[in-house]
Ligand binder design. Sequence first.
Ligand SMILES: [Zn+2]
Length: 474
Amino acid sequence: MVQTQTFQQATNGANTELESHNVKIGLEIHIPIKTKQKLFCDCPTNYYEISEPNVSVCPVCTGMPGIKPYPINSEGLESVVMLAKLLNCKINEKIFVKRKHYNYPDLPSGYQRTSEPLGVDGNLNNIGIWEVHIEEDPGKYDLNYKRVDYNRSGTVLAEIVSAPDMHSPEEARNFLKELINLVKYTNRTVEVGGVMRADVNVSIEGGARVEIKNVNSIKGMVKALKYEILRQKNLKSVGGEAKMETRGYDENQMVTVPMRTKETADDYRYLPDPDIPPIYLKEISEKIVLPETPRSRTKRLISEYGIRDDYADILVRNKEIADIFEEIVSHDKFMAEISSSWICGEVLRQLNYRDMEWNDEKNKLNKKILSDLFVLLANNSITENTGKKILERVIDSGELPCDIVEKENLRIESNDDVLEGIINDVLAKNQKAVQDYKAGNKSSVNFLVGQIMRNTKGKADNKKVMEILERKLG
Ligand SMILES: [Zn+2]
């Protein structure tokens, strides 16, 4: 009964209740790692670029009987150790690779090679990281057509397991955003088709832990969590109890649906892989040079470009945006102030208003468009008002701001004679506002400025308008 509620029914007006319910959320995040070859063979890894199935395969990654794996891919291993270090994990000295058994068409050998934790006991801000390990990605099984493609089989995955330290969908969202951003700073992940896939564990009031499988976007995760918390809460309210199980998230219906009763570790029959010698991590870990992180980049942006602390802090939270900012201002540091304030102000505000992330495919902004707009503003060629209107339009259209300005004659009006003519006209037509102003009602000047802007379609140079007005009103 409860399970067939729609998302809307289940969540209507209930957001505040979500948090009060002693919720515990933990995440297992799978991140595809960029390498030239697969984890245990030398097949290419560009499965996301090729449409023909089963061409990047060999006997190893299709699990042919009796075939031995190659030595573990050191590039992939190093990347995952780097991730573990960035998450403040303690790096283990010696680990084994295990076989995790389960039967599904995407896994030809019947087991997935997955390592013992490379790192343990880390954290990201206040959220604990239980472990980070490396494993093989399975192939892709198309349930509708019953076809399987092993191009992805055996490529490198990092798995990050958080402690169940999050207590609301919003907290989980913030953690995941921050984690994905940090991961991007390594430049070692595959970013095509989203950076990650996650399994989400959630329980309320010490009840059984329910796992939601294969959530592949932050928005999807938040919706799945909101639904699942309410489902469990509703079960409790009628005297029921959530059971330990694995559920899938149905993006279209926005509900979670039962998949199977969750395997325990025993069901996977973990065995050390006899074909793979133990792996020693001390030397690898010591050689790793950590990349710049959001925190170190904040400091550098402030010292290198002299921008405001809070702007630097906002920029680094989204690596793509910080990259664009630096590309725009690297040739011309005088652009730093206007670029940072516009990106952190109007640009993010307008994206937010549309419920869009920077890397949303509907967002048409890019470095060229923004830098063009900022140059127009910096040169005082257009007013702020005009800038905002242009921005609003080019987010969706992808036009170049300078083209719009030329085509529609939007350059700033700062010619004294022209402005004076318009102002005289406005004052003559609005004698009451003029009298009010002279009688001490200073705010009526806003009305007059509004009229002047209307008559110039927002193009009047604000500073000059104020000068002329002050002179005329005495
Ligand atoms: Zn292969």
